[in-house]
Design a protein around this ligand. Structure first.
Ligand code: DX5
Ligand code: ZN
Length: 223
């Protein structure tokens, strides 16, 4: 399945299931889909790269049985190398790695693509975009973190608007933004060039149908 390669210049919403109710995960994803979501953001954390531990691959098959949306995995783990093949086998459409946690970024991106997945690089708030300059030909998207990875519900870091602008000066690749994305911050990010709006707590703080819709509409309002 291809997601990023067919995005064109559209702006889309992606619920981060980290903030969902895990006892009703499939239903929570379906509700966000009803609100217009087109991608599911799957946050894997290892308590090493970030000080938190979240979901791993065991959750993926349950999701597959219950929904049709493509899944995008965000690997916030040290040494993601061992996880690439299992995530490919689990049928994710795309996955991003944090270059800060990877020694051989070129190799890992090639492995992701060779497995038929689209590959992304997720940049911590203070990571220079230039870190991925030479990896751009091997990437399908860039993820600009607008909070420090590790937890949902954090405050949006306003300087990340300019960072999205900087990334878009470097490349035409689609930019995904993640962290503190709400109906207020989404338009700022879209104006700067972001296209995929990941939102966790802002979607699941209320009715995911209307909250997801609000964020997508707010983002598209500046186009
Ligand atoms: C943070 C994760 C995010 C998180 C976003 O490390 O990468 O995907 O779920 O949560 P909100 O939207 O609540 O900032
Ligand atoms: Zn994420």
């Amino acid at each position: 399945m291809v997601f990023w390669g067919e995005l064109g210049d559209r702006v889309v919403g992606a619920p981060s299931i980290l903030a969902a109710d895990f006892a009703n995960l499939a239903e929570d994803v379906r509700r966000a889909e009803e609100g217009g979501a087109e991608l599911v953001h799957f946050d894997a954390m290892d308590n090493h790269f970030v000080p938190n531990l979240t979901i791993g691959l065991v959750v993926r098959p349950s999701l597959e049985e219950e929904m049709d949306l493509p899944v995008d995995a965000h690997l916030m783990v040290d040494n993601p190398d061992n996880l690439i093949q299992p995530f490919i086998a689990a049928g994710v459409t795309s996955m991003s790695v944090q270059p800060e946690a990877v020694t051989h970024l070129h190799r890992i991106l090639e492995v992701i693509r060779a497995g038929g997945c689209e590959a992304g690089a997720a940049l911590n708030p203070t990571t220079q975009p230039e870190l991925i300059e030479w990896a751009l030909p091997y990437l399908d998207y860039v993820l600009v973190m607008s909070v420090n990875p590790g937890f949902g519900g954090q405050t949006f870091i306003p300087e990340m608007v300019d960072k999205v602008r900087r990334v878009k000066e470097m490349t035409d690749l689609p930019v995904q933004v993640d962290g503190g994305i709400t109906a207020e911050t989404a338009p700022l990010m879209v104006e700067a060039g972001a296209q995929v709006l990941v939102a966790g707590s802002a979607v699941y703080k209320g009715d995911p149908v209307s909250e997801m819709r609000k964020i997508i509409e707010a983002g598209r309002s500046v186009l």
